[in-house]
Design a protein around this ligand. Structure first.
Ligand code: TLP
Length: 343
C-alpha cells in the first residue's frame, strides 16, 4: 500500500487532464510575452480574482516576495501576522532580498489580526522609524487551522488600512479553499486588496505555479521583479496549461477535502492522548496536539511514517495533517486506524 500522505496539499499529483493539456499546450517565449497559454491562464486568474491583470510565477514564496518588492522599497516596513507564512517559512526573504523590515502583530486563532493592533503598529512620520507601507493578510491562514478570512473582515481591515495609508497584500496560497468554505466568490474576498497571490500547486493539484494578481500597473512592475529574481520562464505554457485545468476543474471539489478534514479532526480528537478541534476546521488543514506529552510530535510523526501515514510535526507537541486530491473518506478512515494503533 502506498503511504497516505497528509503532510501537505503540495503533494497533489497532476490529474490526467492536466497531463494531456500540458502535452498539447501551445507555447511561445513568455519573457517576450509570446506564450498564448500563459496569457490565457493570466487572463483567467485576473478574472477569477477580479483584478485587471495577473502574472504566472514559480511558487507561492516567489509570488509573495515579488509583491513585497513592488509595494515596498528598502527600509520600508510591512505589518504582518506573527503566524504568517511570510514570517515563518520564507527564509526572511522580505529582509534578506528586499531590505524590507517585518513588524509582526499577533494572529488570532482564526487567522485574523485585531484592527487596533494594526493601527497601533503603524509608524509615525519620524526620522527614527521605517515607513509603514504594507499590511499582509493570509487567506486561508495556514498556521491558524487553515481558517478562511471573510469578506466582511476584509472590508473592515481595508477601512483601517486606508485610514493608515497602508496597501494590502493577501497571501492567498489557498484562496480558493476560502472561497469554497465561505461560499463566496474569490474576487469578493480580495476586492479590497491591492495585490493577491494564490497557488495552483496546492489543493488545485497543478504540478507547479502560483499567480500574482493586481492592477495592470502593479503587474507590469511585478513582471520586472520576477525577472530580477530569475523567475522569467520561457515556454511556460507547459506549466500554464495545467494551471488552466486547475482553475476550471479543481475548485469546486475542494469541498470534498474540507469534509475529509473535518472527518479527520473528529477522528483524531476521539483518540486517547490526542486533541484536535473539529469546530475550528473549515478548510483542509487539521492541527492536532499530543495531550499526554508522553511522546513528541517528531517521534509520533516518525512512527506514523513507518506505519504508512505521513504528517508534519510543526511544533514540539503539535502536528499538521492536510487533506487533498485524490484522498477519499476511506483513506482518512484508514489513516485514523493507523494513528490509533501507533499511539
Ligand atoms: N506552504 C507549505 C510549507 O511551506 C509550509 C505547506 O506545506 O503548507 N503561503 C502559504 C500560506 C503557504 O502555505 C505556502 C506553502 C506558501 C505561501 C509558499 O508556497 P510555495 O511552497 O509554492 O513557495
Amino acid at each position: 500500500m502506498p503511504p497516505i500522505d497528509l503532510r501537505s496539499d503540495t503533494v497533489t499529483p497532476p490529474t490526467e487532464r492536466m497531463r494531456k493539456a500540458m502535452a498539447e499546450a501551445e507555447v511561445g517565449d513568455d519573457v517576450y510575452g509570446e506564450d498564448p497559454t500563459v496569457r490565457q491562464l493570466e487572463d483567467l486568474a485576473a478574472e477569477r480574482t477580479g483584478k485587471e491583470a495577473a502574472l504566472l510565477v514559480a511558487s507561492g514564496t516567489m509570488a509573495n516576495l515579488v509583491c513585497q518588492l513592488v509595494h515596498c522599497g528598502r527600509g520600508d516596513e510591512i505589518i504582518l501576522g506573527d503566524q504568517s507564512h511570510i514570517f515563518y517559512y520564507e527564509q526572511g526573504g522580505s529582509a534578506a532580498i528586499g531590505g524590507i523590515h517585518p513588524r509582526t502583530v499577533p494572529n488570532r486563532p482564526d487567522g485574523t489580526i485585531d484592527l487596533q493592533a494594526i493601527e497601533a503598529a503603524v509608524r509615525a512620520d519620524d526620522v527614527h522609524f521605517p515607513r509603514s507601507r504594507l499590511l499582509v493578510l493570509e487567506n486561508t491562514h495556514n498556521r491558524c487551522n487553515g481558517s478562511p478570512l471573510s469578506a466582511d473582515y476584509m472590508d473592515r481591515v481595508a477601512a483601517t488600512a486606508d485610514r493608515c495609508g497602508l496597501k494590502i497584500h493577501v497571501d492567498g496560497a489557498r484562496l480558493f479553499n476560502a472561497a469554497v468554505a465561505l461560499a463566496c466568490p474569490a474576487a469578493d474576498l480580495v476586492a479590497r486588496a491591492d495585490s493577491v497571490s494564490f497557488c495552483l500547486s496546492k489543493g488545485l493539484s497543478a504540478p507547479v505555479g502560483s499567480m500574482v494578481c493586481g492592477s495592470r500597473e502593479f503587474v507590469a512592475e511585478a513582471r520586472r521583479a520576477r525577472k530580477v529574481l530569475g523567475g522569467g520562464m520561457r515556454q511556460a505554457g507547459i506549466i500554464a496549461a495545467a494551471g488552466i485545468v486547475a482553475l476550471t476543474e479543481m475548485v469546486d471539489r475542494l469541498a470534498e477535502d474540507h469534509a475529509n478534514a473535518r472527518r479527520l479532526a473528529e477522528g483524531l480528537d476521539g483518540i486517547e492522548g490526542l486533541a484536535a478541534d473539529p469546530a475550528a476546521v473549515h478548510t483542509n488543514i487539521v492541527f492536532f496536539e499530543i495531550t499526554d506529552r508522553r511522546t513528541t510530535a517528531a517521534a509520533l510523526a516518525a512512527a506514523l511514517a513507518e506505519a504508512g501515514v505521513l504528517v508534519l510535526a510543526l511544533d514540539p507537541f503539535r502536528l499538521r495533517a492536510v487533506t487533498h486530491y485524490p484522498l477519499t473518506g476511506d483513506d482518512i478512515d484508514r489513516a485514523l486506524a493507523v494513528v490509533g494503533k501507533v499511539l
